[in-house]
Design a protein around this ligand. Sequence first.
Ligand code: ADP
Length: 725
Amino acid sequence: MVPVGVFLLAAYLTTIEVGVITGLACSLASIVFFTTRVARRVQRNEENARRLAEGLPLVAPISGSDEVRGVALALHRASAVLTERRAALADSEAMYRTLARNFPDGVVGLFDHDLRFTLMEGKGLEPIGFTKERLEGRTITEVGEELFPETVRVAEAQYRAALRGEKSTTERLVNGHTFLVQIVPVRSDTGEVVAGMLVGLDITERKDAEEELRRAEAFLDSVVENIPNMVFVKSAEDLRFVRFNRAGEELLGCSRSELLGKNDHDFFPAEEAEFFTSKDRQVLESGRLVDVPEERIQTREHGERYLHTRKIPILDADGHPAYLLGISEDITDRRVADAQIRESKELAERANRAKDEFLSRMSHELRTPLNAVLGFAQILEMEDPTPDQHESIRQILAAGRHLLGLIDEVLDVSRIATGKLSLSSEPVSVTDALTEAADLIRPLAVERGIRLRIDDADGLHVQADRQRLKQVLLNLLSNGVKYNREGGDILVTWEHVTPERLAIRVADTGVGIAPEAMARLFDPFDRLGAEMSGVEGTGLGLALSKGLIEAMGGTVKAESEAGAGSVFTIELRLAEPPVDRFEREWGGVEAPPSQVTPSRTILYIEDNVSNLRLIERIISDRPHVRLLSAMQASLGLELARDHLPDLILLDLHLPDMAGDEALRRLRQDPTTRTIPVVMISADATPAQIERLLAAGADEYLTKPLDVKRFLQVLEAMLDREPAGP
Ligand code: ADP
């Protein structure tokens, strides 16, 4: 602007004429007017420039077309641009806030060069009890002094470092939450640091999970560490050790620092190492556990040891072996102990076998002369001896028979011990077995005034060897009489223990057995002091009974009250009576009595009544066949000679003679030699069948009888033309 004084001075110095003066005055007036207007417009521009700087709206625009207007217009344009930019900035800040507010599990903040938070947002604020209002506008120093005074200086340093362009990452605990905090510089397009940014991620859950995992790993580590067996892990890739426990270190005499990263070849002799790695490869190739029952290993401090090792593949997520886990038990001491036990067991078994063989041989050897003693004593008895001689002979016979019984029992005991006892297991009628045993014992019971009561077993059958079951029942009843008081009782009862098993109880009212003697009750030759009582016995009966019943799949138990009596219980498997089975399978209706005269005769030598009934029942449908039967071999042989039957059915286990002996005699006797003989036995071993067929049997049928097969054999044998003698 031109100062007004200059114009006035110029006018004074050059006044020539009024016109000029007037002109000048006019000019001056117009200059003054002009100058005043310009000054006002300039002032408006100055005002607008200030408003622009302060961000206020501009006052009305200036008219005219000079430079002042140009400036005014420029100011207005600048204001418009600024408003536009400000709006854009507000938009982008709003968007930024929205983004930051939704930042999950954490917080995002901005701070300026005064370390003042200009923004603080995020979902992680609420859980730690913060709001953005509490933080925005305050400096890190103010906030820190209030919330984390101990670390505020460190935080400040980090914030400053960010403003210098350095970034930092720390974990910070705020109100029980762990944050992973990153403080980074915010740069403009030109690379200048314009602010600092804080990004905090709430990693509390992850930390907790890590801690849990760490605890679980520590627990597992301590378990593995304390397992008393060697535990090791090898990497599947190169079979190098990656893990080793304390027991492993102690066994091998190496520290784990020596072992880790090494393989078997670094430690063991080549042959051993090759063996170990071959097993490792087997595990990794098969993907399965490999059990190495025994492997030798050289150790530094304990010399040669033997291990039982199990190797297990550890698979990765794709199912490929990543590691190999090995667990080795040192079995060296056990191995030595086992060998010693084996050796002593073998020795004991050898001694036992020798004893049993000796007993068995001796018994056979004793039987022959004893038979002669008994035989000749009986002849002498028949030769009309004097009363004194008669008494002596009676003594010889009694002692001889006792000895024979003893020898038989010893033989049986040794047969049971060596597993050589042959049993013929079949359905046996309990009533029949009990009645037969009771019949034998009754005279003795009567002699001592002992009452014997037997419950009828109601047609029940058990699976047993008939002769041997009878022998056991006889022994129990005989003990019941022997160890009873005069005029006492014996009661035999039965009970279903399960639907499949039957218990037979023999109870007496005798002297009973002392509790301390119960454990020895079934020991051979132990008479529990009865030898002093004058009651005869050998102490073998119960041992034998137990062995026999167990060999039949049953059990024997005893209960007793000293002075009151004893109860012996046999338990055996129930069996279906043969005739019932026949009726069920064949549904046969018994044939009415026929007028046909039988033209064929069959002799059945069998001591089991149930089997006899079965054959009777089958043959009852065939009126042309007559059935003769004998329950003892000697009677059977007699009947065979007298009746010359068309067929003989012969049981293998007979009370007075073995079936094969009966067969031998039939074949030896010219009158019976050609009669077809069919063996019927529960003993189905191929060797037995072969032996009897070779000994002259025509057929061998096994029990339980296959009725169809039996009928076929029957028809075939009866159709045969009788061969001449
Ligand atoms: P033995 O009768 O030949 O001595 P056992 O083996 O049959 O041999 O019995 C062994 C011992 O058990 C008998 O000597 C006797 O002491 C005792 N004992 C057996 N049965 C009875 C019983 N019913 N009552 C009391 N004691 C018994």
